[in-house]
Design a protein around this ligand. Structure first.
Ligand SMILES: C[S@@+](CC[C@H](N)C(=O)[O-])C[C@H]1O[C@@H](n2cnc3c(N)ncnc32)[C@H](O)[C@@H]1O
Length: 237
């Protein structure tokens, strides 16, 4: 069962033709809807940096957390012990299928302080300031990522934490690495841009971790990724 699930997930990522759509929402929905049953198992091992991101995200008792591009809610699962002690969690995603999977997870845990938000991160405004905002492998899938970061920064109270982890390409990587991953990820609608990390650091100065993630079943492959966490300045500059 596990192997079959993983192979189906890899098939979706590596073989299924890239979906076409008129809008970004439609594209994300068409891309993810068929993947829901197989999404979690492979992504848990493939998308590296979740514990590091959650540890650095500044989640604290009574705090408000916004998770942008929450998907099936794996970040919520990773923070399951903290969630009951938070005041509120907004789990935002543009794909309704992803949100349905997340809703099942929330129901299983009985969390009453987690609200699912079906919205585009680049336009949605939260009803109250957040103490922590996170993007876990979602920023690179947002065509309007600058606007999404602008919204996230505006949503953050002063001194709050902006944390992101994602695929990473920068000038330090070889031309082949940049070409290989840019081409490979683009078919799955993932578009890493070196400007993302630079913008994160501008908005919330902090710490950057860079690593190479093993890809399950593909032993020679390593995907470059980063985990960033910074704080919005406590006072206006
Ligand atoms: C690779 S998945 C990551 C999901 C989740 N964070 C995880 O840890 O598995 C990227 C997610 O970002 C969502 N997404 C992409 N563009 C978005 C946007 N503009 N606004 C909100 N969510 C978006 C997708 O629907 C998808 O659920």
């Amino acid at each position: 069962m596990g192997l079959w699930t993983d192979m189906t997930a890899l098939y979706h990522l590596l073989v299924t033709p890239s979906v076409t759509a008129t809008t970004h929402e439609e594209r994300m929905e068409r891309f993810y809807a068929p993947q829901i049953p197989t999404y979690d198992a492979l992504r848990e091992r493939m998308l590296q940096g979740r514990p590091r991101l959650l540890q650095a995200a500044g989640l604290h008792d009574g705090g408000v957390w916004i998770d942008y591009g929450t998907g099936t809610g794996l970040n919520l699962e990773g923070a399951a012990e903290q969630i009951p002690r938070l005041k509120k969690v907004y789990a935002v995603d543009i794909s309704s299928s992803m949100l349905q999977a997340s809703a099942r997870r929330i129901a299983r845990h009985g969390w009453r302080n987690v609200e699912l938000v079906h919205a585009d991160a680049s336009t949605w405004e939260p009803p109250c300031p957040a103490d922590s905002v996170t993007f876990f492998y979602s920023l690179t899938m947002m065509p309007q990522w600058q606007a999404a970061l602008h919204r996230a920064h505006a949503a953050l109270r002063r001194g709050g934490t902006l944390a992101a982890a994602d695929f990473h390409l920068c000038d330090a990587h070889s031309a082949f690495t940049r070409w290989f991953w840019r081409t490979g990820l683009a078919r799955d609608h993932v578009r890493p841009d070196p400007a993302m990390v630079a913008r994160l650091a501008e908005l919330a100065p902090g710490e950057l971790f860079e690593g190479w993630a093993k890809i399950p079943y593909l032993p020679v492959m390593r995907a470059p990724y980063y985990v960033f966490a910074g704080r919005r300045a406590a006072e206006p500059a």
